[in-house]
Design a protein. Structure first.
Length: 581
């Protein structure tokens, strides 16, 4: 486990807000100046009360009221400015973390917990912002207040001050120990909360399956176990706090008792007057609150340190698929695609070569511009991997992929993917209008172009029958639309992108016959004059392909048209017989 704090890594994010922080610190310095003045005025008012000097009391009361008014105005400036800076920092940090996560490769998201990522982007970053706010809004002012008031107390009577603070080193050691323990418990607690959040996200996303399998009791038990782990982790942290405050509080009480004993002794020796002792007591009172704040803040800092560590753990994860420094934008292409000696495995490269689960083995494939290629074969044959490599979701360990003779490693990822569209098996829709989902990824779009794309995709008719037409709000994941409707929206999305290369990944496998007919008709329109890769298990969808490739264990074992492969009587003919006999 890491022991070094990551707070120093926040400095680049704090720097843009230094102007606001400086203004807040200027207010803080102003507030600090008034603390010893208040202690001194307390001694004077005690003197005038003892003398019964009403006129002096009235005049001094006016001065005290003015001092408090000015100090509170400065406190407002300190608090408001620091809140502004801390919230701005959290906002910047959240944007950068989110942008970083967006650029991570698909391999990361295949194992990452969605609930954990959500927690880091929300709760952890909020906690970091709160800690930064406390450092400048609470911790530093408390330290300054202690320094100034302590200096004033030493000025009044250094012997009394020295005797009062003989317990300070012990208190410092105790606070430091409690802080380190709090960091350990906080890390454990936050990890447990992330696990609980991940479980909730997983279950709520698959609630239909849970209910369909009557697995509520099973999931309730899983939830109870995670919730119990979370309860224990949080209780450990709270129990530590419960132990800490009485111990530290007892030390405070002993310090106050010692203060009165020593104060009486100094007065008996003639080294201190009663009025100055009252002023000294006022100074001690002004120190109790900042010491309590520092103790509490130290625990918060340790809890926040765990959040900082978790955030910067994300920054430490780097994408494995990266652009070259001199990558160029892919120019408009005709769609000729070449796979040259492609070898790919979903693991790593060992000293002996490529290790792990090898999916593609020295694969070679040339697809001409405008050709429709169908990829068939058993699950795990490498069909989806083949198109994922074209999109650079992964990079092959061996070989090159070229589009119009240009190596896709030499171009920017964004420009590459802008010329490729995919219609997946399971359409993902986002919260927003129908029009926004069709124009996904475009900040501004032409509604007429959206409608034209929907007409080609056989989606226009059902869209205009919705309550708000193209402005109808789509619920989370599009659950208020049928599978066929969602799929036609996905096709319209691909049409609007106007890609040169189109990928159809089991685009009709989950549809009923009526929806499949509408979707298939839309797909045939979309496929015109484009290079198409079709992945399909249902062979009815691949008959019109210009070429059908049968894949097995990462290799192309058959290639030809539907009729040619049937006549050959090989593996494709066997698949066909299984489905239609």
């Amino acid at each position: 486990m890491k022991t070094r704090s990551n707070y120093y890594q926040l400095l680049p994010y704090i720097h843009p807000h230094w102007k606001t922080i400086y203004q807040a610190l200027a207010c803080t310095l102003g507030v600090t100046v008034f603390w010893p003045i208040q202690a001194q005025l307390a001694g004077k008012i005690a003197k005038f009360v003892g003398e019964g000097n009403i006129a002096a009391l009235i005049q001094l009361s006016g001065i005290i009221a003015l001092v408090f008014l000015i100090q509170k105005i400065l406190m407002y400036g300190q608090d408001a400015l620091m809140a502004k800076a801390a919230l701005a920092l959290a906002f910047d940090l959240r944007k950068r973390v989110y942008a970083h996560i967006q650029n991570l490769n698909i391999t990361y998201f295949e194992t990452a917990k969605t609930g954990d990522l959500t927690y880091r982007l929300t709760e952890d970053i909020d906690r970091v912002g709160e800690v930064v706010n406390k450092v400048f809004h609470d911790f530093i002012p408390c330290i300054l207040q202690l320094i100034v008031v302590l200096s004033y107390m030493i000025y009044l009577n250094w012997q009394l001050t020295l005797g009062t603070f003989i317990t300070a080193p012990l208190m410092g050691i105790l606070i430091g120990w409690f802080g380190e323990q709090m960091l350990k418990f906080s890390r454990r607690s936050q990890n447990r909360i992330s696990d609980l959040s991940a479980l909730l996200t997983e279950v709520f996303s698959g609630i239909r399956l849970v209910q369909a399998f009557a697995a509520q009791d099973y999931e309730n038990e899983r939830f109870a176990i995670e919730a119990e782990h979370n309860r224990r982790a949080k209780y450990a942290a709270e129990h530590l706090k419960a132990i800490q405050f009485p111990i530290v509080g007892f030390m405070y009480a002993m310090s106050v008792l010692l203060l009165f004993l020593l104060g009486g002794w100094q007065i008996s020796l003639g080294n201190l007057t009663g009025a100055k002792f009252v002023s000294y007591i006022a100074g001690v009172g002004l120190m109790i609150d900042p010491i309590a704040h520092i103790t509490s803040n130290y625990n918060d800092f340790k809890q926040g340190e765990a959040s900082v560590d978790r955030i910067f753990e994300l920054f430490a994860i780097q994408p494995t698929v990266v652009e070259k420094p001199d990558a160029i934008n892919l120019p408009a292409v005709t769609g000729k695609v070449e796979y040259q000696n492609i070898t790919f495995a979903y693991s790593h490269i060992t000293q002996e070569g490529i290790g792990g689960n090898i999916v593609l083995k020295n694969l070679n494939l040339s697809v001409t511009s405008g050709e429709a290629i169908a990829l068939v074969g058993a699950s795990g044959a490498g069909k989806t991997t083949l198109v994922n490599l074209l999109l650079r979701f992964y990079d092959p360990q061996g070989g090159d992929i070229l589009i119009d003779g240009i190596n896709i490693r030499d171009v920017t990822i964004k420009s590459l993917r802008r010329q490729i569209a995919i219609v997946p098996q399971e359409t993902i829709l986002f919260s927003g209008t129908i029009a926004q989902n069709i124009a996904f990824g475009q900040k501004e779009f032409d509604l007429k172009a959206v409608q034209a794309a929907a007409e080609i995709a056989n989606a226009h008719q059902f869209i205009i029958q919705l309550s708000q037409g193209y402005q109808t709000w789509v619920g989370e994941r599009g659950v208020n639309l049928s599978g066929g409707q969602r799929q036609r929206i996905a096709i319209a999305r691909a049409i609007l992108l106007n890609p040169t290369i189109l990928i159809l990944d089991e685009a009709t496998s989950a549809l009923d016959s009526e929806s499949e007919a509408l979707v298939q008709e839309a797909l045939e329109r979309v496929m015109e004059n484009r290079t198409v890769f079709m992945i399909a298990h249902r062979l009815t969808t691949v008959r019109r392909a210009d070429r059908i490739l049968v894949m097995e264990r990462g290799e192309i074992i058959e290639s030809g048209t539907h009729d040619e492969l049937l006549a050959r009587g090989g593996r494709y003919a066997g698949f066909y017989a299984q489905q239609f006999t």
